[in-house]
Design a protein around this ligand. Structure first.
Ligand code: SAM
Ligand code: SF4
Length: 326
């Protein structure tokens, strides 16, 4: 079992399948971003070898992300390989949903349990401006396909920015009235690439909650206020689904963080918002033994930082969000 020096049991691994993406969301990456050449990314067998290694250390929960994980060649086979790995109990994915209308069923058949789908507005023109060219109807079709394929409960992720989609808070929250979905509002965090935008256009969870309550009345606390992963959950009175707030900036959940991240170029990162990284792919390619790699992972996990330094103005600037894996 991988424990850190604060006693946290680290067993949840987010694996980025690629830093490439078929959108360019304004809050995530610059339009002219350069992606890594494929040869620098973990190859399919390397992803599976590292997953097996993590599984032997007690990692049992995997989330695939990116970049956009669904554009990774062989994504269905990779999901199958991971879900069949001994010790892995759940495999989920965070996706922009564009390709789910074709991929939801094959992914579910390969062992994917659930998806989180990002959708920051329901309006076609705004979606296009926000993602630089995306078509929101394709995401909506993707949500439908995910539901039909049983990739449930569906969670929708939204990032709210001033000047872009503040007026979408209420319609997005309103989706939970009729649908058994969890609509989660994620506070925008600063990284490299579009840092100034991320700092200046950020809307807090409290501001978002106020907007929802102005329309729907006081939200009801779900779960007695206990976190669901990283989200604090609420409900609109008589609503079917839940509304979640992920307030990583204003109210971080570091004390209950059990996760580590493996970037698409095979780097282990113990905190999304700290620059420190440990390269696993180079030693793997250089022939390091599994025992040596296990030692490297355990040492790194032990040193997992307690929390981020945003309140002190420390911003992790060595990668964009898409290069880390959200
Ligand atoms: N492409 C997939 C997607 O969009 O769902 C997966 C990768 S994306 C980096 C993962 C999540 O991070 C998305 O829900 C996205 O909205 C969110 N995200 C991206 N940049 C962010 C930022 N600066 N702050 C907070 N969340 C961000
Ligand atoms: Fe791509 Fe996801 Fe980043 Fe949007 S948030 S640019 S879909 S990686």
């Amino acid at each position: 079992m991988a424990k850190d020096r604060f006693g946290r049991n680290i067993h949840y691994l987010r694996i980025s399948l690629t830093d490439h993406c078929n959108l360019r969301c304004v809050y995530c990456m610059p339009e002219d971003i350069t992606f890594r050449p494929n040869a620098e990314l973990m190859q399919d067998d390397e992803i599976l070898t590292l997953t097996q290694l993590f599984a032997t250390l007690g990692f049992d929960k995997i989330r695939l992300t990116g970049g956009e994980p669904t554009i990774r060649k062989n994504v269905v086979e990779i999901v199958r390989g991971i879900s069949e790995t001994e010790g892995i109990k759940s495999v989920s994915m965070t996706t922009n949903g564009l390709l789910l209308s074709q991929l939801a069923q094959p992914l579910a058949d390969a062992g994917l349990e659930r998806v989180n789908i990002s959708i920051d507005t329901l309006e076609p023109e705004k979606f296009k401006r926000l993602t630089r060219w995306g078509k929101v109807n394709e995401v909506i079709e993707g949500i439908d396909a995910a539901e039909k394929a049983g990739l449930t409960p569906i969670k929708l992720n939204a990032v709210i920015m001033t000047g872009y989609n503040e007026s979408d808070v209420v319609p997005l929250a309103g989706l939970t009235q009729e649908n058994p979905w969890q609509v989660r509002f994620i506070e925008m965090m600063p990284f490299a690439g579009v840092t100034e935008f991320q700092l200046s256009q950020m809307v807090t969870a409290a501001q978002i909650q106020e907007k929802i309550e102005n329309d729907y009345g006081a939200l009801e606390v779900v779960n007695n206020g206990k976190l669901d992963g990283e989200a604090r959950l609420f409900k609109i009175k008589n609503g079917t689904g839940d509304i979640g707030f992920i307030s990583s900036v204003t109210s971080p959940f570091c004390s209950s963080c059990t996760r580590a991240r493996l970037t698409s170029d095979g780097i282990l990162r113990l905190c999304l918002l700290r620059e420190k990284e440990i390269d696993l792919l180079t030693p793997l390619r250089a022939g390091a033994s599994l025992e040596e790699l296990r030692g490297l992972i355990l040492e790194s996990v032990w040193e997992k930082p307690w929390g981020h330094g945003l309140e002190k103005g420390t911003i992790a600037l060595n990668r964009t969000m898409s290069e880390i894996g959200g």
